[in-house]
Design a protein around this ligand. Structure first.
Ligand SMILES: [Fe+2]
Length: 305
């Protein structure tokens, strides 16, 4: 892609309306986050979302290349031209273990591997595999705060932690923090949220929800341009709660079934006829008028190149 994508063409793509996803014919999905033709601040840029790498997972019937898939994703991101402004990992960096020492070993290995990314601005959020057994203690040693906010080219990014509490919730303190952070922003501020679990009740029986996620959505609702990128469900999924968009990303270890499509939430076995099928990462292009264009990068394609 180019950072100087033809704007007239892009506006044509987005003219179908707010919050509508469609295939442009170019392999992209386009999501218009708001009526923003008059906005001029910020530059075009893109970032990359990777999720659910589960470093340390073992299970050859699920992924016989569990020790090499993350490196392939790193190589694929490094091949992107121009490079992304930054990369975000939306949780489950490591696979869970009861052994605190082993947890740290996995985190150290993960960090060393992603240190091979050419882009050095790397953001992390925890998944329940990383953080639920020790309330995020080891995670914070390696990756920093569990929740934070940063700005990039006019967009406000807010990372939320809905995993370190074993009750699968954000909690009263974090909600108060979110409220205080949002109070500093005008209603038309472009806001991007990173979480691991979905903030809405996608499929609660499979733990695909956040117990107090609705409280966060209530706080976000007055803001006109809010998009949530999350992981956890190991597949792409697009959903709106009101005008707020929610986009789940694929995993980089094994895919999971569609919500409620089978009795049990179990990894989809490796398909030797289609290696790496269902695995991949996502490119998110952000435009000054608060539109986002999502491009999925299936690992099966990038590995074959
Ligand atoms: Fe996961």
């Amino acid at each position: 892609m180019s950072n100087t994508i033809d704007r007239r063409h892009f506006l044509q793509l987005t003219s179908v309306g707010v919050g509508v996803a469609f295939a442009s014919g170019l392999g992209f999905d386009v999501f218009a986050a708001g009526p923003t033709l008059t906005d001029t601040f910020g530059e075009d840029f893109y970032f990359v979302q990777l999720s659910d790498t589960h470093w340390g997972f073992k299970g050859s019937d699920k992924n016989p290349d569990a020790a090499g898939t993350l490196q392939k994703a790193v190589a694929a991101v490094n091949a992107l031209e121009p490079p992304p402004d930054f990369v975000v990992f939306t949780g489950d960096l490591t696979h869970t273990t009861d052994d605190a020492q082993e947890r740290r070993r996995r985190m150290a290995e993960f960090k060393a591997i992603v240190g091979g990314l050419k882009v050095k601005d790397i953001r992390f959020i925890p998944g329940e595999h990383d953080a639920s057994l020790d309330k995020g203690l080891a995670y914070q040693e390696f990756f920093g705060p569990l929740q934070y906010r940063f700005q990039h080219k006019g967009i406000h990014f807010i990372a939320l932690d809905n995993v370190s509490d074993p009750a699968a919730q954000l909690g009263i303190e974090q909600l108060a923090w979110l409220k205080a952070e949002l109070a500093q922003l005008p209603p038309d501020a472009p806001i991007v949220i990173f979480t691991h679990r979905p903030l809405f009740a996608l499929f609660a029986a499979w733990d695909w929800t956040t117990r107090d996620g609705q409280a966060a959505l209530d706080l976000l609702m007055p803001y006109q341009n809010v998009v949530v990128f999350y992981g956890h469900i190991h597949q792409t999924h697009h959903h709106n709660t009101g005008h707020i968009q929610h986009h789940a990303a694929t995993s980089l270890i094994f895919p999971l079934p569609a919500p409620g499509s089978v009795p049990k939430r179990a990894p989809i076995p490796w398909n030797s006829a289609k290696p790496y099928d269902g695995l991949g990462f996502r490119q998110i292009e952000a435009y000054p008028w608060h539109n986002y264009r999502l491009q999925e990068h299936p690992l099966a394609v990038t590995v074959a190149l």
